[in-house]
Design a protein around this ligand. Structure first.
Ligand SMILES: Cc1cc2nc3c(=O)[nH]c(=O)nc-3n(C[C@H](O)[C@H](O)[C@H](O)COP(=O)(O)O)c2cc1C
Length: 172
């Protein structure tokens, strides 16, 4: 089977991570994949903010937990996370983020790492306590964070994929 397709078919969202750190070379490769994603009109008006310190990750999780009123919220305690932000004024920011996220998740999988898309920051980026943490991380003021890629070595086996929906392909 084609190796790109094989990678796509075997990637799964990972929500439990080992303590093992992500090697910086692997992280660089993942970020290179992210920056080579397509973007509307080639604007690349994104930033990939990497956070590797556990206490920093949990600092963000804590303000998100407060905003969501979900005390147990912990971003799955990953080894590392990439905040994918884009210019709020760019009408393609969500599509651009999606393309970059897919590159991140597939590249991570190809390197033996697990990842998961975490969505909640999209609505919370401008909550003052959350924004203060994002400011501290260096996320530009005119950016929203449209996705977080949580990353790390999977703790345990990858789950099986859900069966694919029938009838979603239509030849006109
Ligand atoms: C736009 C989008 C938002 C998502 N948000 C979350 C999320 O906030 N938390 C989470 O655990 N998974 C999230 N996921 C992961 C999906 O739940 C997951 O991709 C889906 O259940 C299929 O499983 P798979 O990725 O293992 O194939 C998101 C995925 C996408 C594409």
């Amino acid at each position: 089977m084609n190796e790109v397709l094989q990678n796509m078919l075997t990637r799964r969202s990972v929500r439990a991570f080992a303590d093992t750190p992500v090697e910086s070379e692997k992280l660089k490769t993942i970020l290179q994949a992210a920056t080579y994603a397509p973007s509307g009109m080639g604007k690349q008006s994104w930033q990939f903010t990497v956070v590797q310190k556990k206490e920093q990750i949990q600092k963000l999780a804590a303000v998100m937990a407060e905003a969501l009123q979900k005390p147990e919220y912990d971003l799955y305690r990953p080894a590392c996370m990439i905040l994918v932000s884009g210019e709020k004024e760019n009408g393609n920011h969500l599509a651009d983020t999606g393309c970059a996220m897919e590159n991140i998740m597939l590249m991570a999988h190809a390197l033996g790492l697990g990842s998961c898309w975490v969505n909640q920051l999209k609505e919370l980026s401008d909550v003052p306590a959350v924004r203060a943490v994002l400011d501290g991380f260096g996320v530009p003021q005119d950016h929203g964070v449209y996705a977080i890629a949580v990353l790390g070595y999977p703790a345990g086996d990858l789950p099986q994929p859900k069966p694919r929906r029938e009838g979603v392909v239509h030849y006109a």
